[in-house]
Write a protein that binds this ligand. Structure first.
Ligand code: AMP
Ligand code: MG
Length: 486
């Protein structure tokens, strides 16, 4: 064997810890082959984190494995079963209709293929995912991670000319996703609604043992778990609101028990700041509008509480755990906004200033990311286009800036322009940027996607080769419609 063949060691997996929960929880099955696959995108950052051998990750062996055509050594693929509430309505058993858990890495991370064919839970659908939605999920998973927002990761996307029917004829792709766990609120709902209390208990014990060990010693571990998940979810949504992220389809089956952003579909980053913005074209009622996200997260936690009630037994305790949401969320958002304004602490004055800033942006639908970034650059004395030019009512902008200056003058030691530059991204995955990369990828030109991905890996640096990526969205972006179809 040559030296390079020895070095090109594949990713080794072990049977997932999740599989230890037993046959109630999943169906074992192999992925469906993906005809003539090709690379669409790979994440160098996650490959490094997983210590993948670069030669192997570039190889045809890896391409075949991440397309579902061969199995990585140690794989024991399975589709897990869960239920959930969709758009506020109990939907019964849902999935997983197109994702297979292959196994765990040596470090205990789960590796999934999404779009790898039919499972026993595919219902009327085809078990596939299209190139468009796969690229969006891939790019945003890694972009969110670079923004330090809890998320599932994405290692790569492979594509095929296999036709897949959505509103139009598209082509198939497979995303390889990685996370400590893909367990959702809907897993708990599934067993609770069926009255399978032993399975519910086993699932709860599993999650506590692996991910919330501090809950083990609580008088009611299930109540402690609910509280811990409530707090994590509240902090997650605070991060979404601060960066202007909309998930778009916050059904309970898309809510991670670990407080990770999970199942990217019709997501969007805010362009012009409109608190009521609805990013999901299928969400006619605006249930998942930007400003509804905290309330919906709380609603979903109530559904989780309901599911856990047979174990918690005491309604008061469940309510007490849920009550942690409001304070945790308010505090986390205030801290996040204070940081974006460069202050280490969210004093009442800083929070009032942040609120008025958001009102100013909302009043004029000012571009959310550009406004924060210009403010940061201006505070740090960097050259560039003035903040006030973003506003029609420049006097209102000037008046707010004056208050900001006054607060700085009174607390100079508490303020750091550098902190502003490190918490206000120059670049986020706006929908038109994803759209441009998708358009090229459809023509089998994958360079622009890799370039965009590289820029998103460093969101706090201006994208030097493409300054327009840090700019306001062009007019045509307003006409891109993103639905649940994926
Ligand atoms: P999502 O809207 O992607 O969260 O999907 C909701 C449920 O439908 C999940 O359980 C998915 O696995 C399933 N699903 C979505 N699209 C497909 C598909 N093309 N084939 C099979 N199952 C699907
Ligand atoms: Mg989903």
């Amino acid at each position: 064997m040559t030296e390079s063949a020895v070095a090109a060691k594949p990713l080794h997996l072990v049977r997932s810890a999740f599989a230890g929960l037993g046959p109630h929880f999943f169906s074992a099955l192999a992925p469906a082959p993906l005809p003539a696959p090709y690379w669409v995108g790979r994440s160098p950052a996650l490959a490094r984190d997983l210590e993948l051998e670069p030669d192997w990750f570039a190889s045809d062996d890896a391409l075949q494995a991440f397309s579902g055509n061969t199995l990585l050594p140690g794989s024991a693929p399975l589709a897990s079963v869960y239920s959930g509430h969709q758009f506020g309505v109990w939907a019964g058993q849902l999935g997983d209709g197109r994702a297979l858990l292959l196994g765990d890495t040596a470090g205990g991370l789960e590796v999934q293929l999404k779009g790898s064919g039919l499972t026993p839970y595919s219902r009327m659908a085809d078990g596939r995912a299209v190139l468009r939605s796969s690229i969006r999920e891939f790019l945003v998973s890694e972009a969110m991670h670079a923004l330090d927002i809890p998320t599932t990761r994405a290692l790569c996307v492979t594509g095929s000319d296999l036709p897949v029917r959505r509103e139009t004829l598209e082509t198939a792709a497979v995303v390889t996703r990685v996370a400590p766990s893909f367990i959702r609120f809907g897993h708990f709902e599934h067993f609770s609604y069926r009255g399978q209390q032993d399975a519910l208990q086993a699932l709860t014990d599993f999650v506590i043992r692996r991910f919330y060990p501090d809950c083990q010693s609580a008088p009611k571990p299930a109540a402690a778990l609910l509280q811990a998940v409530t707090e994590r979810t509240a902090r997650l949504v605070a991060q979404w609101q601060a960066v202007g992220f909309m998930h778009g389809v916050m059904n309970t089956d898309n809510m991670s028990i670990l407080g990770l952003t999970l199942d990217y579909g019709p997501f969007q980053f805010m362009d012009g700041f409109d608190p009521g913005h609805i990013c999901n074209h299928s969400d006619s009622g605006g249930r998942y509008a930007f400003d509804q996200q905290p309330a919906i997260a709380h609603w979903n936690l109530c559904a989780l509480a309901q599911a856990l009630l047979p174990l918690i037994e005491d309604r008061e305790q469940a309510v007490a755990a849920l009550d942690r949401f409001a304070d945790t969320y308010t505090q986390a958002l205030a801290e996040r906004l204070a940081t974006k304004l460069g202050f280490a602490r969210a004093t009442p004055e800083v929070s009032a200033l942040a609120d008025d800033w958001l009102a100013l942006l909302a009043g004029e639908r000012t571009d959310y990311t550009v406004a924060w970034r210009r403010l940061a650059r201006q505070a740090a004395g960097r050259s560039g286009e003035p903040l006030r030019d973003l506003f029609i009512d420049r006097a209102a902008c000037d008046a707010w800036l004056l208050r900001f200056q006054e607060l700085l003058a009174h607390n100079p030691q508490a303020h750091s322009p550098d902190l502003m530059l490190k918490t206000n991204p120059a670049i986020v995955l706006r929908k038109h940027l994803a759209e441009q990369a998708i358009e090229q990828a459809r023509r089998k030109n994958f360079g622009p996607l890799a370039e965009l991905q590289a820029a998103l890996e460093h969101p706090y640096d201006e994208p030097a080769a493409h300054p327009e990526w840090a700019g306001i969205a062009p007019d045509w972006a307003a006409h891109i419609q993103i639905s649940c179809s994926s």
